[in-house]
Design a protein around this ligand. Structure first.
Ligand code: DGL
Length: 242
């Protein structure tokens, strides 16, 4: 099966990684819109326009389904947008909302981009959710500043209120955030269960597999930083410019 995935940058690679683990032997086509990243503060109109371009690109690559590996796009599109295309679009957030609702967890937190939180998609689906917008995480991740003082300060600023609320589960509502997983765990003294949307989605989807795993990775802007980010998440794969 040919599976397309897209995101604003490298975040969706954390979803791709889960899919390769769970559903190997498929042909994956990935697009990261690094030229227009971050998406987290863009208007709905801008997000629709960028999503449309990514979807058209993946349709031209003859994919059978498209995974919207971006929490910001997933939480802001509606069914009318989803139904515009001949290829099925799978959003990344609905399976996580279903999963969390089913288990009736208490004390759940959500960290995500500003536009994801503002969309209300998670809060309308999960009751008593404690939410926090983390606008600076994506640029810090893409720019490889995870070991900087500013990153530690931002982690404290964003996560301290959730720690005070004694949350037990934390939804990583942006697909970039699994890259921060270790830092988040450490901040919570390892006393937290992190919910990775890529993992939940890949577990919930039934996919007919082929004979070999193939990857095609496209980005709208490529530089040395991106090359080393891709290597860190996925390994030594060829990267092409869209
Ligand atoms: N990885 C994205 C998400 O899941 C994009 C965030 C951004 O570009 O700000 O929301």
């Amino acid at each position: 099966m040919r599976i397309g995935l897209f995101d604003s940058g490298i975040g969706g690679l954390t979803v791709l990684k889960e899919f390769i683990k769970k559903h190997p032997n498929n042909h994956y086509v990935y697009f990261g819109d690094t030229k227009n990243m971050p998406y987290g503060n863009k208007s709905k109109d801008e997000l629709f326009e960028l999503a449309d371009k990514s979807i058209q690109f993946l349709i031209d690559k003859k994919v059978d389904i498209i995974i919207i590996a971006c929490g910001t796009i997933s939480s802001n599109i509606d069914d009318r947008f989803k139904n515009k295309y001949d290829v099925p679009l799978i959003d990344i957030i609905s399976p996580t909302i279903d999963y969390v609702s089913k288990f009736n967890y208490d004390n759940i937190g959500l960290i995500a981009t500003s536009m994801t939180i503002k969309s209300g998609a998670f809060t309308s689906g999960i009751k008593d959710l404690k939410v926090m917008e983390c606008p600076d995480f994506v640029p810090l991740i893409e720019n490889q500043q995870l070991d900087s003082e500013i990153c530690d300060l931002k982690i404290k600023e964003y996560l301290e209120p959730l720690k005070k609320d004694k949350i037990k589960y934390l939804i990583l509502g942006c697909t970039h955030y699994p890259i921060l997983e270790n830092k988040i765990r450490t901040f919570f003294d390892n006393d937290i269960k992190l919910i990775n949307m890529g993992s939940v989605l890949s577990e919930s989807l039934k996919i007919k597999s082929g004979h070999e795993t193939k990857l095609e990775l496209y980005f709208s802007k490529i530089n040395d930083q991106l090359i080393s980010n891709v290597k860190m998440i996925i390994g030594d794969e060829e990267i092409k410019l869209k």
